[in-house]
Write a protein that binds this ligand. Structure first.
Ligand SMILES: Nc1ncnc2c1ncn2[C@@H]1O[C@H](COP(=O)(O)OP(=O)(O)O)[C@@H](O)[C@H]1O
Ligand SMILES: [Mg+2]
Length: 250
């Protein structure tokens, strides 16, 4: 069954066209990776999906309901879409466990003790029980990002959007975050913008290559890495492989 359907999304800032007709679909519990050069509209696309920046034209459907319809209950639908940010976006004045439980209390109206219990379960899932009472400043970047993932998971989303979740991390901390993401494969749908080609190659059901606000090519990792049709795709994959390597996340 189709979980997410993106239909002909356009987005401009002023007179600069950022997204120029992007369409694709995702099935339940599927993992898709978006790759592409900087400035190409990847973050804008994620923000159009959860309506942080509504598209100018086009539609987004989740579970057969149109998110982009002004009449739909956007807050209710956003609860079904988690977001993991490059720079974590944690509340600095709250402990790890409070960062995870606060949404359960404020958004889902779950009673405090139950919210705490569920938050601890999610921290267990990302390997951070021992850090539950630490503040973000006391955590490493990789630990902060795992709190970010636990926070998204706690809301029991159908889809999690990841915007370069490991780009702000020191190389030795990237693996732990990718391991957590890998452990979620097949349990929740994930749309992941990343330069981690090992993750893309080994984990993605499909890779989408974007450039200039359009999807240039999409296909299975095997197709994209060994048999990309477009010269632009091959050129980008070659460049990114040389820059980042493609061993990590394997
Ligand atoms: N809020 C905004 N206002 C104006 N321009 C923006 C805004 N957000 C992004 N842009 C521009 O849109 C383009 C695409 O940005 P982005 O989606 O962040 O690309 P990517 O994530 O692929 O690097 C960039 O040129 C960026 O400067
Ligand atoms: Mg971006």
């Amino acid at each position: 069954m189709t979980l997410l359907e993106i239909k002909e999304i356009y987005k401009s800032y002023g007179d600069v066209h950022i997204l120029n007709g992007v369409s694709f679909t995702m099935k339940k519990d599927e993992t898709k990776v978006i790759i592409g050069p900087s400035g190409t509209g990847k973050s804008t696309l994620l923000r159009c999906i959860n309506q942080l920046s509504p598209p100018d034209k086009g539609q987004v459907w989740l579970n057969g309901e149109e998110i982009t319809n002004p009449k739909s209950n956007i807050n209710k639908m956003r609860e079904k879409i988690g977001f993991v940010f490059q720079d974590f976006n944690l509340f600095t004045h709250l402990t790890a466990v409070r960062n995870v439980s606060i949404g359960l209390e404020k958004v889902k109206k779950i009673e405090k003790q139950e919210a705490h219990k569920r938050a601890m379960q999610e921290l267990t899932r990302v390997g951070l029980v021992a850090q539950a009472n630490q503040y973000p400043a006391q955590l490493s970047g990789g630990q902060k990002q795992r709190v970010g993932i636990a926070r998204a998971l706690a809301m029991d989303p159908d889809l999690i959007l990841f915007d370069e979740p490991t780009s702000a991390l020191d190389p030795e901390l990237i693996g732990d975050v990718l391991d957590v993401m890998k452990s979620l494969c097949g349990k929740v749908a994930m749309l992941v913008v990343t330069h981690e080609m090992g993750f893309a190659r080994n984990v993605a059901d499909e890779i989408i290559f974007m450039e200039g606000g359009i999807i240039v090519e999409q296909g299975s990792p095997k197709e994209m890495f060994t048999n990309a049709k477009m010269a632009r795709t091959r050129e980008f994959l070659g460049r990114i492989g040389a820059l980042y390597g493609d061993e990590k996340g394997g």
